[in-house]
Design a protein around this ligand. Structure first.
Ligand code: ADP
Ligand code: MG
Length: 604
């Protein structure tokens, strides 16, 4: 007799529950997704004891018809797809028809529901999926689902539950993500009767403030970009606002929360030059793209997706974030767009640098940048926090200068600058007879070196240094193919990598900016994400290394500089105070005479 059994639906459900219902937070996730799919505008979540004792979700969505209640808790029962083709164009969050049946099999589940058209509501109750009875119910329009005693009949799973507090935190994080990803829906969430989170369904900014607090907005750029047919919109942390872990990285793809390697590595690489080791970017991004270029049916939790073309999404994210963080020419085009608002800018700018908040302390004025991107450049809706916006000559020169990706735009000070001195061994103070300028000596030098190295790459005139001992390394055949295909590019940037046996290479000379680099790390960085790499130019990648080298070689904050050295540095700067260091910090800050007069109440 054969040994292969066809499993009963009861056993099958338990197996599926193992995948879908990992812990209370996964139940909350599945139920909220169902409420959203049902078109709800208000969703209330109440949990007891970390969701282990009880999870209750009330929505005002389309409801489940009385006759469908029994089907809803059957495996593979879904109203969302009916034919194979539907799988390739999924518009809802759920589609597997597994969640309710899985949850029913490992808990005591009740569903009460009333579609608008149905006169009286109905409910169904089941323990472990058995003996489902249907009764009348007085519920108003919508659905109320209560999940009690999760895993009461699966002790093995119950053992894996963590403390109620940990489970509660996981649920809170899940709900926060729903709030951010569904800002048109009002959520209200209670844990053990305490109101933990509440949103109002009145837009993304409000939802963001509800989750992170309104004060975080000023530490972020709001971006809205279209690139390669992909729309990228949301908050990204300014470089100073980094986080010690990756839990502040939230991405919604076509409304669905996803964790995807291509997306996260693209953003991480764009931020890499700006962040210290073990610091991670903060972001909440909504990405939308045609649903037929994504395959959602990859992961049982539907949390990962596959792209038909990884490079398109990688490239779009990388290039948009790179522009934002770099503050390069593209980002500064924004200022050109602001030209017609010049008078408004000046007013705001004089308020910007510092302002007296009444108790004698000077605080940075709240200023929030809204960047609007599109393929043809970047527009800025709000006034930028660049203190030089009012420099008309600069604005005009911007329009005339040819594009150079790595070159910052010049802001030339027309009048002669006179050195007042060095303060705190860190800042150079200059004046032009009218206004005062503070220059960050490290940022300035760093930028000069960075421009020099990048200039060498652009002009293909890299200073090369032979290595005393060649560095030899081995790679996989796929990596070998990549290196061989790029050998010309490596050569152009002064990196000579030659074959040295089967799948083995040696580096015998290096560009000067890679001096003192740990090659073991450099090579593994370089090859860490081959797919991603193929869509980038090598110079883009090397930029990070170059920025590091510039940073290391530049004078430091705290270095006492001789007058000779200061003059030398200022000579290199050529009066160009509009630069930002490669990490995006400004090189110079202008304090207007008017501002200073205000501090001393000479004018009001
Ligand atoms: P799926 O969401 O993959 O279709 P589920 O097991 O999560 O499968 O749900 C089964 C079906 O029950 C759904 O297709 C939907 O028709 C119905 N349903 C579940 N929850 C709700 C709800 N809150 N409001 C309306 N219908 C619901
Ligand atoms: Mg579902």
């Amino acid at each position: 007799m054969g040994k292969i059994n066809l499993l009963s639906s009861k056993i099958y459900n338990r197996i599926a529950a193992g995948e879908v219902v990992e812990r209370p937070a996964s139940v909350v996730k599945e139920l909220i997704e169902n409420s959203i799919d049902a078109g709800s505008k208000n969703i209330t979540i109440e949990i007891q004891n970390g969701g282990i004792s009880s999870i209750k979700i009330i929505d005002d969505g389309s409801g489940i018809e009385r006759d469908d209640l029994r089907n809803a808790i059957m495996p593979h029962a879904t109203s969302k797809i009916s034919k194979i083709d539907d799988l390739y164009n999924i518009q809802t969050l759920g589609f597997r028809g597994e969640a309710l049946s899985s949850i029913a099999s490992v808990s005591k589940l009740s569903i009460a529901s009333k579609p608008k058209e149905q006169e009286i509501g109905a409910s169904i109750y089941t323990e472990g999926g058995d003996n489902a009875e249907i009764c009348d119910d007085s519920i108003a329009k919508g659905t109320c689902i209560i999940v009690k005693n999760l895993f009461y009949n699966t002790p093995a799973r119950e053992k894996f539950l963590r403390s109620a507090k940990t489970e509660e935190n996981e649920i809170s994080a899940t709900i926060a993500r729903f709030i951010l990803g569904n800002s048109n829906i009002a959520f209200n969430y209670f844990a053990d009767s305490k109101n933990i989170l509440q949103s109002f369904g009145d837009g993304f900014e409000s939802a963001f403030a509800c989750v992170y607090g309104a004060s975080v907005i000023k530490d972020c750029y709001y971006i809205n970009a279209q690139k390669n047919g992909i729309n990228i919109n949301g908050y990204v942390g300014k470089p100073h606002y980094s986080k010690p872990n990756k839990s502040y990285q939230i991405v919604f793809l076509n409304g669905r929360f996803v964790q995807n390697q291509t997306i996260s590595s693209s953003i991480a690489n764009a931020y890499a030059p700006y962040l210290m080791k073990r610091q991670y970017p903060f972001y909440v991004l909504n990405i939308t793209m045609p649903s037929d270029s994504i395959d959602c049916n990859v992961h049982p939790n539907k949390i990962d997706v596959r792209f038909i073309n990884n490079q398109i999404i990688y490239g779009a994210l990388y290039s948009v974030l790179n522009k934002v963080l770099d503050g390069n020419r593209d980002a500064l085009n924004i200022v050109v767009e602001c030209n017609n608002q010049q008078s408004k800018s000046i007013k705001t700018l004089s308020e910007y640098v510092t302002h007296n908040n009444g108790d004698g302390a000077f605080r940075e004025t709240f200023k929030f940048d809204t960047l609007v991107f599109n393929d043809s450049g970047i527009k800025k809706e709000e006034v930028v926090d660049d203190i030089f916006v009012q420099n008309k000559a600069y604005l005009q020169s911007l329009e005339q200068t040819p594009t150079n990706k790595y070159q910052q735009q010049s802001i030339k000070i027309e009048k002669d600058l006179k050195l007042v001195g060095q303060a705190l061994n860190t800042f150079l103070i200059l004046e032009d007879g009218t206004d005062l300028y503070l220059i960050d000596q490290h940022a300035a030098h760093e930028r000069i070196l960075f421009d020099k190295f990048m200039g060498q790459i652009d002009k293909r005139s890299v200073e090369v240094q032979p290595m005393l001992l060649p560095y030899v390394f081995s790679v996989t055949p796929e990596e070998a193919e990549f290196i061989s295909s790029k050998s010309n590019t490596f050569e152009e940037i002064g990196l000579s990598i030659n074959e040295f046996g089967v799948n083995t290479y040696k580096i015998s000379s290096i560009p000067i900016f890679l001096q003192n680099v740990d090659f073991r790390i450099f090579i593994s960085d370089l090859l860490s994400d081959l797919n991603a790499l193929k869509s980038l130019t090598l110079t883009g990648l090397l930029k990070e290394k170059i920025a590091q080298k510039a940073c290391k070689s530049a004078v430091k904050a705290g270095d006492k500089l001789s007058n000779e050295n200061i003059e030398f540095l200022l000579g290199l700067l050529k009066g160009n105070l509009g630069l930002k260091c490669p990490h995006g910090r400004p090189v110079a800050v202008k304090i207007s005479r008017m501002e200073i007069d205000k501090w001393f109440k000479r004018i009001v």
